[in-house]
Design a protein around this ligand. Sequence first.
Ligand code: ATP
Ligand code: MG
Length: 424
Amino acid sequence: MKAALQAIRGMNDVLPEEAARWLAFERKVEDLFERWGYRNIRMPLVEHTALFRRAIGEATDIVEKEMYSWRDELNGEDLTLRPEGTASCVRAAIEHNLLYDGPKRLWYAGPMYRHERPQKGRYRQFHQYGAEALGYPGPDVDAELIILCARLWRELGLEGIRLELNTIGSPDERARYRADLIRHLEAHHAQLDADARRRLHTNPLRVLDSKNPAVQAVVAGAPDMMQYLGEASLVHFEGLQQLLAAAGVGYAVNPKLVRGLDYYNLTVFEWIADRLGAQGTVCGGGRYDGLFALIGGKPAPAIGFALGCERLIGLLADSGRAPAPRLPDAYIVHQGEGTLEPAFALSDALRAAGFAVVQHAGGGSFKSQMKKADASGARLALILGEDELRAAAVTVKPLRDGRPQWREPHATLAQRFPELIKAH
Ligand code: ATP
Ligand code: MG
């Protein structure tokens, strides 16, 4: 026998019981996006590596060490499995001139790939839903996206997800802040760890969210971004806060929140579930007014977020509420000469009328078929034997209550079926 092959580390199967939870989650998220006026967009899983290098930034964890990239041997192109969706979404919007008649609200979903160390809540293939509001300067749409998240948690029945909010200003303001931050960090070089030293000149803002206590102590005395904001940035941030307060969405301003990706400006936010521990961020987003121009498009303001399905579905699983699986209304038992074709016809008719029907497959005795019918969770077994066939009828056997079985003519079955499957 050959050795059994296994899935790649950090890339998981979702087995049926768990998949039921995924489906219920996906239906809720997608329904909410549609109700809020967001339209679905689907991008390829593979893009030119250059897109992510340019859009996400060289000095980020993703581009430095997390991308699955390779040279396509057939045509010599450098390609990458997408680590996130925003770059592709904006690339598609530019390529197809989606903003020609005004701004657009979009959502996407699907697997993302990052070569990280797998652990609970952190995988190499994981799934996101993302929403992008393209062409809107905000802060109204910033508030809209954040309120949308708050409503989503409520509709999912999730509590204890808190919002952290910050503004990182305009590129000019950030450049001035960056220079002063570097000066401060250099003055405390001895207390910085290797990571912080490496980032000091490439991506110093990322030092702000270091988890190392020694580095945090240095960061505590760092200059405050708020002091560098001009009038327009302050008005944007205050406008957003007012709208959130009016909508009853609670938040905390975290001046050290900068997010991992380079392309953000002004509003940045994260939704955090503390009970998930270190992998507690379930959703992150922000404004990226510079991204269109960065990847060669006409400048357009934009903001978006991405939420992590594994972490949110993990929260749903911990809350103990399992989605009710759809049990069959009927299980079709058939035995005897010439009963298989009419069994198919019967199943067909009931399914076409919207009922959930499982038809026995694989043969076996009447008794073993009835066992399967019972195990299926169906309300009724519909039995089609040679006697029933001659009588143009089926035997209806209720499986979940004490009603005795009876014969029902084919002629009336479909019409009376809704009544037959009612609980007694
Ligand atoms: P983290 O700081 O946890 O690495 P991130 O800043 O890299 O997160 P984003 O790029 O903002 O994450 O992605 C948005 C969301 O996608 C995250 O908040 C998280 O819920 C989820 N996510 C990101 N990376 C992973 C991963 N490797 N496995 C599972 N979920 C992930
Ligand atoms: Mg990350």
